[in-house]
Design a protein around this ligand. Sequence first.
Ligand SMILES: [Zn+2]
Length: 65
Amino acid sequence: MEKVKRYNVGDMVPFTGAYLCIPCGYVQVFEQGEAFVPCDACQAGTSLGPEGFQDHEEDFWERMQ
Ligand SMILES: [Zn+2]
């Protein structure tokens, strides 16, 4: 099975649509060409985020099908 790609803060959004925050389940819509931002709900991608997701290089946004 193909691994689902995840994105980190600062990555370019490849397709407009809804993306799921892996650690907390929050869903946010991003537009193609924007950059991903930290999660509003759990602060993933910042030092205040959940354990294991406190670095902006952690991949945690996943595109919803
Ligand atoms: Zn989150």
